[in-house]
Design a protein around this ligand. Structure first.
Ligand code: FES
Length: 74
C-alpha cells in the first residue's frame, strides 16, 4: 500500500464514534454559524452525546475553528 492509499483510508476519520460525527462536520457547523459553543454543537451534530470520550477532541476542534473564525472576521 502506498502513502496515498493509506491517507485515503484514514481520511474520513470520525471524531465522535458513537454518533458518527467527523471533524469536517464539526468545522462546517461552526463555520456556517449553526453553533458557536459546545452545547449548540452537541444539539446540531449530536456529537459527544454518547459515551463522552470524544469531548476533549471535539472541544479542541471547536476552539480551533472558533479562533480561525474570529481571526477571519477581523
Ligand atoms: S465517541 Fe463521541 S460520544 Fe462516544
Amino acid at each position: 500500500m502506498d502513502e496515498a492509499q493509506l491517507f485515503a483510508l484514514m481520511r474520513p476519520r470520525k471524531v465522535c464514534i458513537c454518533r458518527g460525527v467527523s471533524e469536517k462536520e464539526i468545522r462546517d457547523t461552526i463555520a456556517s454559524g449553526r453553533a458557536s459553543n459546545f452545547d449548540e454543537l452537541q444539539r446540531e451534530t449530536r456529537c459527544c452525546t454518547g459515551c463522552g470520550t470524544c469531548e476533549s477532541h471535539v472541544r479542541k476542534i471547536m476552539n480551533d475553528e472558533l479562533s480561525q473564525k474570529t481571526a477571519g472576521s477581523g
